[in-house]
Design a protein around this ligand. Structure first.
Ligand code: PNS
Length: 178
């Protein structure tokens, strides 16, 4: 039996983290010995929150949830290279529905081509969280809708403050997967 600690990386845009993301973190912690949440900096998508804000929101959400052993970092460049640099051997991605699968499969296969030893593992969130996406949450918050039960407190507070201050944000990416 191989009992060494497996370090997994959970990458994404997390603009902002949702309760679905947090559920995946909780589940990943049950499987992997070490978990790094990695927020992509060089995204083509224009974001609502800065990368530093996303990291702060995620860190607060993890602390509020009482989860331990999770690092939240920002990264730029290729995921495979960053994973190798930090010693992560597994990529965790959440799969909410069949519609996620095509994109995720393509990305997993491309990452395998770039880094044959890096495995991708898909985890599914609780069914009651599977319809949540950051993009829809941003849109609802932008128009003053109720986002309770969709995002952690840290994100809800930042969203309320951001739209109270009149920001538009880039909530036009309805694909808004993560
Ligand atoms: O939350 P998202 O936006 O669906 O996450 C996508 C992410 C960050 C996992 C993906 O875009 C990524 O890994 N980007 C880093 C650049 C890279 O390695 N691109 C090749 C992917 S096959």
């Amino acid at each position: 039996m191989n009992d060494c600690v497996i370090h997994a990386i959970y990458p994404g845009s997390f603009d902002p983290v949702t309760l679905g993301h947090l559920d995946i973190v909780r589940r990943a912690l049950g499987v992997f010995g070490q978990l790094t949440v990695a927020i992509l900096e060089n995204s083509e998508k224009e974001g609502l929150f800065s990368f530093a804000e996303r990291r702060e929101i995620f860190r607060e959400a993890i602390a509020d949830a009482g989860l331990e052993g999770v690092d939240v970092v920002q990264f730029s460049g290729l995921l495979t290279e960053f994973a190798e640099r930090i010693g992560a051997r597994t990529v965790v991605r959440g799969l909410r529905a069949v519609s996620d699968f095509e994109y995720e499969l393509q990305m997993a296969q491309m990452n395998r081509r770039l880094s044959p030893h890096l495995e991708t593992v898909f985890m599914t969130p609780s069914e009651e969280l599977s319809f949540i996406s950051s993009g829809l949450v941003r849109e609802i918050a932008r128009f003053g809708g109720d986002i309770s039960g969709l995002v952690p407190r840290s994100a809800a507070e930042r969203l309320a403050a951001r739209f109270r201050d009149g920001a538009g944000g880039a909530a036009d990416d309805r694909r808004g997967k993560r």
